[in-house]
Every structure is written in structure tokens, then in C-alpha cells.
Design a protein around this ligand. Sequence first.
Ligand SMILES: *Cc1c(COP(=O)(O)O)cnc(C)c1O
Length: 396
Amino acid sequence: MKSAAERTGASAKTLRWRYHCPACGADYAIEPGRYLCGPCSSRNGPGKPLEGVLECAFEGQPERGGIPLPVEHRYFPHIPVGHTPLWEPARLRNELGFPGLFLKDDTREPSGSFKDRASVLVAAFAREHGIGEIALASTGNAASSMACIGAAAGIKVKVFLPKSAPVAKRIQVLQYGADLVEIDGNYDLAFDTCVEYTTRTGVLSRNTALNPLTIEGKKTASYEIVHALDRLGQGRPDHVFVPTGDGVILAGIYRGFEDLLATGEIAAMPTLWAVQAEGSSGIARALATGVFESRPSATIADSISVDAPRNGPFALAKLRKHGGRAVTVGDAQILEAQLLASSRAGLFVEPSSAAALAGFLKVRAEIGRDEKVVVLLTGSGLKDVRGAARALGVEA
Ligand SMILES: *Cc1c(COP(=O)(O)O)cnc(C)c1O
């Protein structure tokens, strides 16, 4: 199996990379200690979506068929991230009447979630710069992911995790040997506590959105989707359903398709659907109203449960620019979709990922039967068996 590193080719060397602020147009060097755009982030505060989130940009022509990333492949740790399968779920297709339905299965990442795509790039960056410690806040998956990749890379990892995180995610963190700081509060408090720690100590932050590499690492999935459909002779994706909490996966998927559009590998941007839980719908609400207002989140889908979507403004700008859509789903719909994926496709996903499928089910009347639809399934069902047990009405 090819690792993410092998797929990047020589692009980090031959392309000229920089951080770019999409809000004001400022450019910065990609270097340790640089996170947000200075002027654009001056009004940021605890518990608020981040302004001034940077993105990676490059000049030069990337290799066709490769994935341009800002760190050279020799720095990538040896752990097989990415290259996950694109399922063609025959029974589900028949039942729903959508022959062009595909499931992108990121339950198969080393730590069991999509987060590994970001963690491996951050770890490669740390190795490039001789950095020995990475810290982050997480609802669970980013923590278990960074701990996993850190173990393979030989990098110390410190995680700030709410006490309410599902037990499997917490045990993963400890198994991989990371330092665990349990937070008596929610993810938003964990995030702010971690930012205080990394600012004080200078430790590399893998906080989602804050570190632009967390966005860039996630774009690899867009390339894989396009390349896999190509191999199947299926043309281009028309719709991609993305489970959305902070909006970093959504931004990363956009980054990938933007690259592919720029290099001519796709002719048009697919419609991206930000799927949120009804109880944690900051981005969907802002797309409708234009403003972010923080609300206490409440949903069974812990990985997309955030009060203030940290990458909200960036994700919203991308949705607006590309005509993206948002859809919200209730916990009952999420649990129904989870059971559907398990029992009809044989793919057991965690509730956040089931939300993406539930989003598709909710809006499918708006989608043509001949269109190519990709649902991004971001985390394994084994991550939270208690939630899954609820769907069945049994004890766990
Ligand atoms: C983190 C996560 C998400 C949501 O990603 P955001 O970048 O916060 O929008 C969705 N699914 C899983 C499994 C995750 O771990």
C-alpha cells in the first residue's frame, strides 16, 4: 500500500508554497509558530469561531495523478494513511434507486478516522522542523489520531479531551502513549485551554483550523475520490456529502477540488453538502443568516458536536464561493442512517459519519438519479458502541 508520503511525489520540492489569507490576501511563510493571519485574527476570543484562518497555496505545476502537499515525502512517518476504498454499495443503491451512490470509507484509517489525513501532515511538518512535541484539543478522534501517528513517528503528543469523550477514543489515546489532559467541560473549553498551553510553551499546535495543515492534509480525500472514479470509468462526482462540525473537513475537501479544478483534472466543482446535526448547526445557520451565533450543542454525534464551529468563517466563505449547500439532520435520522449503512452495506460507522448519509437521504429528491453521489464516511462505528447500541435499543 502506498503511504500518503509516496503519493506526494516531488511536489513539495518543485512547487513554491506559502500560507495565504483568503480574507485579506496576505501571504506568510510556512514555518513553525505561524497559525493565523495577524490582522484578521485580532478580534478572536475564547469560544468564538476563528477569523484569519490561513490556507496553503502553491505556485507551479503539480504532477498529474499525484497529490501536491507542502511537506516533502521523506519527512512523512511510515504509517499507511489515506488510499481508503470507495465502495459501490449494491444493495443500498438498489434500495434507494441511486446507481451512482458511492461511500468513501475512511473508517479504515490507522486510528479509525479521517483525522489521520491531517495528523500525518502535521507530523511530517514537525519532523521537517525537528519539533518533538505536538498538542491539540479534540472531541476524541483528532486526539486518538494524533496520538496514533505520533507513536509511529516518535513524536510526543499531549491531548486536551473533554471528560465526556467516548471511552474508546480515550483508551486509544492512552494505548498510543500520549499525555491525556481531561477537561471538566466541553470541547470548546478544551480548545481554549490547549491554545493557552501552546501559546505559553511554543509546542506545535494541531488544533483543528488553527493549524492550516489540518485543512491541507484533508484535501487528499478529494484527489482519491476523483482518481478512484476515474479508474472505474465513472466520470466526476456531482455531489459530496461531508459531515461537518468545525468545518475543517469541508474546507479540506474544497481545497482538494479547487486544486483539481485549477489543474484541469475536473471541469466543474461538485456540489458539497455540509451535513450538520440539528443540535450543532452553526455553519448551516450562518449560511442561512450570515452570522455565527454560539449555541450549546447537543447531539449524539460527538465528532460534529461543537458550540462554535472553529473553522466557521473559512468554511462559510468556501460554501458561498462555490454554491455549496447545508442540511441538518436530527439524532433519530442519524441513528436510522447508521443502521442502514451497517445492515445494507456492511459498513459500520460512527454517528457523525451516519449524519452524512442521513443528509443525503433527506435531500435525495433534489438529486438526479443518474448523478454521482459520494458520501464521506469519516469514522468507525467501533469508536462509540454506546451510541450504536442506542439505535438498536440494547444495552452496551
Ligand atoms: C472531526 C470529525 C468530523 C467533523 O470534522 P470537522 O472538521 O470538525 O467539521 C466528522 N466525522 C468524524 C468521524 C470526525 O472525527
